[in-house]
Design a protein around this ligand. Sequence first.
Ligand SMILES: [Zn+2]
Length: 312
Amino acid sequence: MGDIPARKMPGRRSLLLGMAGLASVALSGCTVTPGTAQEEVPPTPEALTLVDPAAAAPSRTAPAEAPTDEPYRPAPPTKQQIIAEFGSRKPQEWGLQVTGTVGKSPARDIALTLDACGGQGGTACDQQLLTTLRKLNVPATLFLNERWIKANPALTAELARDPLFELANHGFLHRPLSVSGKSAYGITGTTDIGQVYDEVMGNQAVLQDVIGHVPAFFRPGTAYYDDVAAAITRRLGVVPVNFSINGDGGATFAPSTVAAEVGKARNGDIVIAHFNKPGSGTAAGLAQALPRLLGQGATFAKLGAVLHYDLP
Ligand SMILES: [Zn+2]
């Protein structure tokens, strides 16, 4: 959108991407049942192991803006090039936090990330939650699935214009990102490298049309990856993101549980929750947790302001 400055991508030199040692954290507002595109999930937040806080970057004030390094955006490889490059690789890991994904940032800020999964029962917008964020001036990175965008074109454009928010890629068909058809929460993932490419790049193109540049961050439906799919995502110029705090268990937690889980967020944490489930406990829980965290001196930033990276 013309009135929004294109995100300045961090230079290739920057480092980072702490790979959080995420344990198994059940997600869900992000899962879709085969055939029904239903959102799923068994919620089980767990403590996570994280990046050395000593590596923390200076704090920013919300809403933080992206670093002003020179933008660097090489053209991504074609599908054929990706298939040729990764075709012989066998995945060794499958889960929420595999080699190559990012679960924490090195910054002092907390990054609030909110998914909108689309599909049956998943195309609404939690306006109460967005109102709370605006009132508190808490920035967030919004991961939008192509199905949600298709159902909400005007709202997507409105969110793209709001400097409090940054839009990111939540996949084209909302599938777990696998090169071999692995499943998560009963949802069959992408079955091969070509489908991984389509799941990432299909929605990159859709979002580029809306925001004027390609998104820098990707999180698949269900948040599951294998390590080869995560590497492919990076090769395509997108950081495969996950989380260190499961804030709403796929929009299944009661408000008190959301408040308790989000209230654990500290330096560098990436919190996941959902803004496509009005009526869930997410908005009420965040309305409790965020003022408390702010009162404790916590600061919040969009991912683009805290994740410096070095993509291949
Ligand atoms: Zn989702």
